[in-house]
Structures are given as structure tokens and as C-alpha cells.
Write a new protein. Sequence first.
Length: 319
Amino acid sequence: MSEESLYNQEAANQQLIIDEKVIFFRRVGIIVVLGALFGILFREEIYKMVLRWNDPSEAHGYLIPLFSLYFIYLQRNAIKKLECTPALSGLILMGLSLYGYLWFCQRSFYYPRQVMMISFLGGLVLYIGGWKLARLLWLPVVFLLFAMPIPARVYTEITMPMREWSSLVATFILNIFPNVHLEAQGVVIRGTHDVNPVNLNVADACSGMRLLRTFVALGVAMAYLEVRPAFHRLVLLLSTVPIAIFCNMLRVIITGAVYMYVGKEYAEGLLHTALGFIMLMFAFLLYGLLTWILSNLFIEEEEEDQEEEGGIFKVGSAN
């Protein structure tokens, strides 16, 4: 190859690198500008949402955007190689979401307004990069729904049955202990232990909603991050709800036992909060145990298939 050809090839490679950098910074610039416009347009909703995150029951909201950004970071190489083609359907989704947002603003519906905000963001992604980019980033966008506080009415309708279930199960288990005679009355456990009266209220903090939402959100993240068959991911995702409910019931049982055998003052305050954190760790332990079981079952089935294939091959060879 001549010196001139080498020079031309080197120049072409340098130009290609420059073009890639220009495209990259152009995309970054577009994302920054559109992100700023999105923040300005929905600044009121974002501000209210962040304020709600200061509530201990909504504190997990601070982590959700970080997880979404991490999901995007994991897809960075695929996004760089993607040839983005704007989709008109994204513009339509943005328009419908904005219309729905304004409509709900007039009627002071808080939660649907936030849903429209996330829907607008999804339309924005679809419009910028088309369906190819949307397939890569749908989860980071949808995952943001976990950061949205649930409406008070819906929250009460969900947590009240959970509190009653915890009360019934805790009463059944605690009555196994000697000299304990308890009865569940709605969300209140009443009775006696020896001659001491017991009056334990399964409060809203003991409903398990905080544990359920946090664990389901992290369960979705872990199912997404782990490289597993789709069936495994589905099982892990569905398991988050019963695991969270079981751990919360266990928390109520332990709280009742502390109330009777240690003292009422120890079943409240710091110990109660610490017990909630311990139950979250225990939930992850159960989740990890389930992942280990699924991994080992999958390996065993695969090995059995290989052994069967090997046995057939050996018989064939012997003949």
C-alpha cells in the first residue's frame, strides 16, 4: 500500500472519530436541552414528589431515579451504536399526555398528573430515538412509577386488609404461647398474657406497604440486572409480593412477643423501626435463597439433559 493510501486511510479514520464525537455531543446536547424543558414544564409535580419523599413511607423514592439512570448506563454501548430515527407516534403520545396532564390539573387530581408526566417522558424518548431506543429504555422510564406516592384513598384501601391479615396471623401464632389469650378485632389485638392486659394496635406503619413497595421495586431491579431465563425472572418478580407480606407478618408477631415478654415501651420507637429494617434484610435473604434454588434447579436439569444425550451417543457408538 502506497504512502498516499495510508495517509488517506488515516485521515478517514480520524474523520470518522470526529464524526462520532460530534454525533455523541449532539445527542448529549439534545438530551440536556429536552431534559431542562421537561423539568421546567413539570417543575411543580417534581417539587411536590420530592417533598413527599421526605415522608419515611416514601423515602425509597430518592433511590428510584438513581436506579433508572443506572439502567440507562448499562445500555450505553447499545445506545451509542443505535441509529436513532424519530417516531411520530412519540409526538402523539407527548401531546396526549400533555392534554391529560392539563385536564387533571383543572380537576386537582394529583396522582394521574404524575402518571401523565411519566407518560410524556416515555413519548419524549420515543420521539427522539424511535421504537429502537424505546425498546432499550422502556424499563428505566416505567420504573419511575415506583417513585410516585400512592393516593391516600388507594393507600388506605390497600393497607387496611394487609393490617387485618397481619393482626389475624399474629393472633393465631401468639396464642400458641403459654398463658396467652388474644383476639383479633380488626387491626387491634386484645387479650391477656398471664394477668397482664394486651392491647396491640397494628398501626399503619405495620401494614407492610412500605416494605412491599420497596421490596417490589428492588425486586424488579434485581430481576432486570441478573442474566437469567425469562421464566426465572418472572418467578422472582412474582415472589416479591408474598415474601414482603410474609416478612411483615413476621414483624408483627415479633413486635407482639416483645410487647408481652419484654415490655410495651420496647415494642415502639427505635426498636420498631430497626425491626422494619431487619425484616427488609430478611426479605432479601429469602429472595437470595429463591434465586439460588432456581439457579441450581436450572443447572441440574441442564446436566441431566446432557447426561441423557451422552448416554444415547454412547449406546449408538457401541452398536
